[in-house]
Design a protein around this ligand. Structure first.
Ligand code: GDP
Ligand code: CA
Length: 332
């Protein structure tokens, strides 16, 4: 392969943004200055919602803020140094959800977005516009312009919005299943399937397989576009040492009958050769014993350090994922 590689990453919020930082770092490390042309990020919008009259896009904002360097890395969401005056006032009015904090700076983002949506811009156009404020070094695409929800159905049949289940109940109520109303009528965002078709490498971030990567794959046309692309598809395990690193993704996996292990998540995505998605799967050194099981599925398994706790580790992981893809025969 010659020239600038074209990389497409599928990503959710926290794990997704850490990984995207790493891929951007790896591209820069390869001497590519214009990473915006090289790197397209397809972002989950399945947990977007309307609250207090504004449109929230949690995963889109996590990635935007992280790439801009204005995210609250410690807390894992929102803006660094944000305040909550407006949120307090909303609570006094009894508006919104008392357990769902909206920061003041964050609300500025939501207001700008909502205004543009009301002016008639599509979510793709809004995100394009929002990408100009900072030098993000990546092109961001929502998975779809359609409004898709994530609903958690509990054992007793009651239904909760994903954010209520996740943020209010901290995923402690056992889910029977997840539903994405609206997804069957959704179409991939404009330019998305074209980006997959033209890619040199496609990367699945170590995001929640059920409620971050899952909805992206379930937008009609995206899974097929992944199967059709000539580019190798390389995934990174969100499970390290048999545990999800952060958050409650294990509860989501259990609900769909998938064990919380690096090999089981690989099995969920499936081998490309077997009608699934993956050519290669990066697993942690802690899960080395699972390498044979992954290989047995027909997926090239690579044991690498998967912790993304600082810049150097993130970039090393981004580089490992790029190398795994670019070294694949079909990309040469
Ligand atoms: P959300 O949309 O904010 O829930 O975030 P994502 O779906 O993008 O990512 C959540 C997942 O990221 C978690 O389930 C973790 O397993 C994974 N994750 C977070 N930090 C790391 C890390 O340092 N290494 C790896 N391999 N996975 C991580
Ligand atoms: Ca999310």
């Amino acid at each position: 392969m010659t020239g600038t590689p074209r990389i497409v990453v599928l990503a959710g919020g926290v794990g997704g943004s850490r990984f995207v930082l790493g891929v951007r770092g790896a591209l820069r490390g390869r001497g590519i200055d214009d990473t915006t042309s090289a790197l397209t990020v397809v972002v989950n919008t399945g947990d977007d919602l309307w609250l207090s009259g504004v449109r929230l896009q949690p995963d889109v904002d996590s990635i935007t803020y992280a790439l801009a360097g204005v995210n609250d890395a410690e807390r894992g969401w929102g803006r660094q140094g944000d305040s909550e005056r407006v949120n307090h006032e909303l609570q006094e009015w009894g508006a919104g959800w008392p357990w769902f904090t909206l920061g003041d700076l964050d609300l500025g983002t939501h207001l700008a977005r909502t205004g543009w949506l009301r002016d008639g811009l599509t979510p793709t156009q809004v995100l394009e516009r929002m990408s100009h404020r900072w030098d993000l070094g990546a092109r961001l695409l929502p998975m779809t312009d359609a409004e898709v929800d994530t609903i958690v159905v509990l054992e007793d049949g009651s239904r909760l919005h994903f954010q209520e289940w996740w943020t209010r109940h901290r995923a402690t109520l056992a889910p029977a299943r997840f539903e994405n109303p609206g997804i069957d009528a959704a179409a991939p965002a404009p330019g998305l399937t074209e980006a997959l078709a033209a890619a040199d490498v496609v990367l699945l971030a170590p995001s929640n397989p059920v409620v971050s990567i899952g909805p992206i794959l379930d937008v009609p046309g995206i899974r097929q576009a992944l199967r059709d692309t000539a580019a190798p598809v390389v995934g990174v395990s969100p499970v390290i040492g048999g545990k999800v690193v952060r958050g409650m993704a294990d509860v989501c996996l259990t609900a769909i009958g998938v064990e919380t292990s690096a090999a089981a998540v690989a099995g969920l995505y499936g081998a490309r050769a077997d009608g699934g998605l993956l050519d290669a799967w990066l697993i942690a050194e802690e899960d080395e014993a699972a390498a044979d099981e992954v290989a047995g599925l027909g997926i090239r398994s690579l044991v690498r350090p998967l912790w993304m706790t600082d810049d150097a580790r993130r970039t090393a992981l981004g580089e490992a994922a790029l190398t795994a893809g670019l070294a694949d025969d079909r990309a040469l």
